[in-house]
Design a protein around this ligand. Structure first.
Ligand SMILES: NC(=O)c1ccc[n+]([C@@H]2O[C@H](COP(=O)([O-])OP(=O)(O)OC[C@H]3O[C@@H](n4cnc5c(N)ncnc54)[C@H](O)[C@@H]3O)[C@@H](O)[C@H]2O)c1
Ligand SMILES: O=C(O)C[C@H](O)C(=O)O
Length: 324
């Protein structure tokens, strides 16, 4: 058996965590041979509920779980953490955009960025799920000057997975037949789900679907899927968010075939302003991710990519005071 790794999860008593924690404990994120120590963070008012979750994890008798820490102190939760999944934040309700949460949630990520900086493993991999995820990741990263900015990522894998299913259903194929899906930009209604590189069963997606469906159905459906779930469920996506968080971390840590979407600090690739946390097509190998370069962009793509970049710049300007 390998040595256990420490996995910090914030918002441990929330909806997403109620799926996420159990799937991580079952080995879905790091594999069936990787023991884990779960370090769960909550706010003081939610500690009773968190202790209930801990009781349930214990009641599962998971062979991989070596210890569980439940705390309301970020300095304890992030101590020596190898992985940190920053889920704890307020979700939006009907009629809100994710950036409406900026004010409510931003402060959480400056505190947690500092705690990660001071206490986490120097190799910690951070995934921000709490919305607005891209800008929250930027806040956390800016408050962690001793860690590399590239260690901070935000989740657009749920958008990526949603897009895979929309295209697979439209073409009568399976999600496993689809490759080179790309989500560019912000995890928001300005994101750009791009089919230009996409193939289904080896055939160009653009040869299989009408342009009208792409522009007026596929793109808005993926952009608005979070709101559609909130309308249908009366609460934001939870199990699908947890599943995508696991996909993101598993591929980053263990590698994967093909292209996946991750929101990462821009290095200026594809003309996007350096530093903002922007979703790119990446390949994951050897514990690292790398932006896939060289795709040609037409005018339609450039315009969409710039629109979502503009929104991220505006979000950054709104939290300038928290960027350390
Ligand atoms: N990026 C994505 O694709 C994606 C997908 C789904 C949801 N989300 C976002 O994830 C977040 C969590 O969603 P949820 O449905 O689990 O919400 P929830 O309200 O059910 O749970 C959030 C939990 O976080 C806790 N919390 C709040 N502040 C905290 C802090 N400072 N430290 C630790 N814990 C804290 C709360 O007490 C609560 O238990 C929301 O912001 C939601 O919008 C993102
Ligand atoms: O839409 C939301 O507010 C929740 C989440 O970001 C989602 O995409 O489901």
């Amino acid at each position: 058996m390998k040595d256990p790794v420490r996995i910090a999860i914030t918002g441990g008593a929330g909806q997403i965590s109620y799926s996420l924690i159990f799937r991580i404990a079952a080995g879905d994120m790091l594999g069936p041979d990787q023991p884990v120590i779960l370090q769960l963070l909550e706010i003081p008012q939610a500690m009773d509920a968190l202790n209930g979750v801990v009781m349930e994890v214990n009641d599962c008798a998971f062979p991989l779980v070596k210890d569980i820490v439940a705390t309301d102190d970020p300095n304890v939760a992030f101590k020596d953490a190898d992985f940190a999944l920053l889920v704890g934040a307020r979700p939006r309700g009907p009629g809100m955009e994710r950036k409406d949460l900026l004010e409510a949630n931003a402060a959480i990520f400056s505190v947690q960025g500092k705690a990660l900086n001071d206490h986490a493993s120097r190799d910690v991999r951070v995934l921000v799920v709490g919305n607005p995820a891209n800008t929250n990741a930027l806040i956390a990263s800016c408050n962690a000057p001793d860690l590399d900015a590239g260690q901070f990522t935000a989740m657009t894998r749920l958008d990526h997975n949603r897009a895979l299913t929309q295209l697979a259903q439209k073409t009568g194929k399976h999600v496993t037949d689809v490759d080179s899906m790309i989500i560019w930009g912000n995890h928001s209604a300005t994101q750009y789900p791009d089919l230009a590189q996409c193939k289904v069963d080896g055939k160009a997606a653009f040869d299989l679907v009408e342009r009208d469906w792409y522009e007026n159905d596929f793109i808005p459906t993926v952009q608005q899927r979070g709101a559609a779930i909130i309308k249908a469920r009366g609460a934001s996506s939870a199990a699908s968010a947890a599943s995508s968080a696991i996909d993101h971390m598993r591929d980053w840590a263990l590698g994967c075939d093909g292209i996946v979407s991750m929101a990462i600090p821009s290095d200026g690739s594809y003309g996007i302003e350096e530093g903002i946390i922007y979703s790119y097509p990446v390949r994951c190998q050897g514990g690292k991710y790398e932006i896939v370069q060289g795709f040609e962009l037409d005018a339609f793509s450039k315009e969409k990519m710039q629109a979502t970049e503009k929104e991220l710049r505006e979000e950054r300007a709104a939290v300038e005071h928290l960027l350390g």
